[in-house]
Design a protein. Sequence first.
Length: 279
Amino acid sequence: MGEVTLKPKFTFHVPVEMFNVSPDMFSAKTVKEIGELKAYEGNREKKLSDLFDIEGEPGGKPEEVTIIVKGDISKARRLGKGMTAGKIVVEGNAGHMVGYGMRGGIITIHGNAGLWVGCKMKDGVIEIFGNAEDNVGGSLRGEKPGKGMSGGVILIHGNAGAEVGRGMKGGSIIVDGDVGPLVGVDMVGGNIGVKGNCEGKAGARMKGGRIVICGSIPEILPSFYIEEVRESIKVKPEKFTGPFYVFIGDALADIKCNGRLLVSINNNPHLKPYEKFLE
């Protein structure tokens, strides 16, 4: 097994592109060869060794490589892009697009992360012991529904921003804290579990998948219809205990209403009038 440590040489003040920092790119290379890999600081082409002190000894295969980034890299983007195996651990904050297009392996952030965590990921695990900004597991702007994450698991132990799971097709996102508006917008599959509160408009334009809100939500979109009450639901890898109102929709996106929105009964007494439609 190999381990490589990266430590920023200075505080980054402009965006830094780290698309070459992954176990796939580091495997079977010497520390000197890793230092020669391309990066960008703003619009200036750099080598990784210009930006980081690099130490350690990488493994021969991606699954044998662990990369440890020590320090704040909140200006860094696309860390772990397309990685298929191995581990990345960030001991600090990370920037936008962590795990972009990720296909395997594990990324752990001991801090906060920026926009589009796990954007378009296909497999693997991303775990954040802090907060994440908008579009966790989401698609890019202008893309059709279903172009977000298609597999894997994203675990956020803090809060997340708006549009969690935007356009997602598969996989699971679990947020221990609160989320912003439009969770699950344009989703066609997969699972989102929110243990805290949601700011509203959950499931807008969804055509499939499941969203579970354990906290409070201001209202349910009028294009959703109540279907039943459930006591619990499994959102891999966890089980959420209710009871929950189960709504189907979004009827404006797809008349088949294959999406499911589960909302805590106990934490949303203002939704009690919906119960008359279950009689």
